[in-house]
Design a protein around this ligand. Structure first.
Ligand code: PLP
Length: 367
């Protein structure tokens, strides 16, 4: 974040460092040249490595937002005539189910309230009930509410049931939220360059374990642009199937380097825990209750109840006048709740100063 500019307290796009923004200006580069093949190869190696998946998962880089990675992952995991089991307790779980429906894939669902993690026992029961499931798909960090789902346990339940792949939308959890993905038996992991990795929006990725590499080769193509097998084959040769967002790849490369140099997952999760403690102390003092219960809360998204009579738009505008951009609630919670996120590059002093600005903004809207 540039000092003096707006501080984004949003769940993406997330603020970026000067080094990442400067990487965008490295100059024009044709993706058919060896320099791009080098860049692609470096990202394909460092990305899983920095997420502790270097020995187990292979990268497919996707030009498109996180939803493109979700779509590529899900449609590449389910064979014709087979089904997906979607874990749905928020907007992004619902999006996974929508992707299945759009592509005519049979979709079973395990649901829970938006404020509750999904019960791994319910996933186990659904796997026992349906014998057509090729993929269990689950969101790691439900950005809707700032809730962490038990992906370690759901992954274990899926693995013990046999042939279903475990597909994780880790888009808003990658690099910043527990559990460490190395502990999760996930066959397919979706992530994005922005959000916790602090790159710029425009590229996302799918990480494939060995079983998933095999599966995407078996599944008949459901999309020309988002076919995992096509992209995997060309990226293994150092090529890309279609024109990539070259500058966003430069930025991602810089963001990964910055992440690893700063101490990787351990250091960044510590930073995010410290940020959460700081701002949640402020919310507590200002009397703003948090929607999601303590044990399931993420460290990067906080869903807060609006004080009685306060309209989100008015509060948003008062905060923006003071240099902070906050985020609305989604779905049926949007009237009563809003989100303050501590994702991306944010100068520490801007988080310290948030309390004063939030207090002033609340006073202005309740006058
Ligand atoms: C941001 C996000 C996505 C992707 O959304 P896009 O708008 O396509 O970038 C997917 N899943 C989760 C959990 C997210 O937070």
């Amino acid at each position: 974040m540039i000092d003096g500019a707006l501080t984004l307290l949003t769940p993406g796009p997330a603020g970026t460092s000067k080094r990442v923004r400067d990487a965008l200006l490295r100059g024009d580069l044709c993706h058919r040249e060896p320099e791009f093949a080098e860049l692609l190869e470096r990202i394909r190696v460092t990305l899983p490595r920095c997420l502790h998946l270097g020995g187990t998962h292979e990268t497919v880089l996707v030009t498109g937002s996180g939803t493109a990675a979700m779509e590529m992952a899900l449609i590449g995991s389910v064979r014709r005539g087979r089904a997906a089991l979607v874990v749905n307790n928020g907007v992004y779980g619902e999006r996974l189910a929508q992707i299945a429906r759009v592509h005519g894939i049979t979709c079973h669902e395990v649901r829970n309230a938006w404020t509750r993690p999904v019960d791994p026992g319910a996933v186990r029961a659904a796997l026992a009930e349906h014998d057509d499931i090729d993929a269990v798909a689950c969101v790691h960090h439900e950005t809707t509410t700032g809730l962490i789902n038990p992906i370690e346990e759901i992954g274990a339940a899926t693995a013990s049931a046999g042939q279903a792949l475990f597909v994780v939308d880790a888009i808003s959890g990658t690099a910043i939220e527990e559990p460490d993905l190395a502990r999760v038996s996930a066959d397919v992991i979706c992530g994005t360059a922005n959000k916790g990795l602090h790159g710029v929006p425009g590229v996302s990725f799918v990480l494939l374990g060995a079983r998933a590499v095999e599966r995407v080769g078996e599944v008949p193509s459901r999309s020309l642009y988002l076919d995992a097998a096509t992209h995997l084959a060309s990226q293994r040769r150092g090529e890309v199937a279609f024109t990539p967002a070259v500058q966003a790849c430069y930025a991602l490369d810089a963001a990964i380097a910055e992440y690893e140099e700063a101490g990787g997952f351990a250091a960044r999760t510590r930073l995010y825990r410290e940020r959460a403690a700081l701002v949640r102390g402020q919310f507590d003092r200002l009397g703003l209750p948090i929607l999601v219960g303590e044990p399931f809360r993420s460290n990067s998204v906080t869903m807060l109840r609006l004080p009685r009579g306060v309209l989100y738009r008015a509060l948003h505008d008062e905060l923006k006048r003071r240099g902070y951009v906050v985020y609305a609630g989604q779905g049926h919670l949007s009237g009563e709740y809003f989100r303050i996120c501590t994702m991306g590059e944010i100068p520490w002093h801007r988080l310290e100063e948030l309390e004063r600005s939030l207090a002033d903004a609340l006073a202005a809207v309740t006058r």
